[in-house]
Write a protein that binds this ligand. Sequence first.
Ligand code: SF4
Ligand SMILES: [Zn+2]
Ligand SMILES: [Zn+2]
Length: 172
Amino acid sequence: MITLPPFLRQLPHGTTTPCAGHGDLFVPDHPSPPASVTDEARDLCAACPVRAACADWAISTRQPHGIWGGLTPEERQPPRQRRRPACGTETGWRSHRMLGEDCAICQDAHVERQRAERLVRLEREHREHGGSPTGYRLEVLLGLPTCALCRAARAAYYAGRPRAQRWYRRAA
Ligand code: SF4
Ligand SMILES: [Zn+2]
Ligand SMILES: [Zn+2]
């Protein structure tokens, strides 16, 4: 005995679906029937009173073949999950930020990378300038003790700027 899909019970009494008697169109022998066959089946589904329920049923029961509710097997596949950048990468961190998400893995990795970059820049400031106001700022951001050369370079920098110097004296 054939069990009919439950959505057929929604049909008004005494009526049939447009696909009735068109098995050749809806479940063709060929695994990938020509477009003309598929289109004809679709047209019949478009006028079907239980089209939405039929499509839902075919999707939820993962019907592998045929046209159901006007949809081909491919069209019944769930939309592919949007590819997300891997956690721990900088693109991952940026994508969380854009979506307003919290991710401890990405946040920790980002802070770690930022710290490594700052250390490289500080090393360059020391190598190229001995010390510099930029070096001073990096030392503060890294939570390191400021070095005498960077402190002196910063003081000299602000000494040439009378307005800023006042602020600097107050802050120092
Ligand atoms: S939607 Fe299409 S396949 Fe589903 S019952 Fe109606 S005519 Fe048949
Ligand atoms: Zn993440
Ligand atoms: Zn320094």
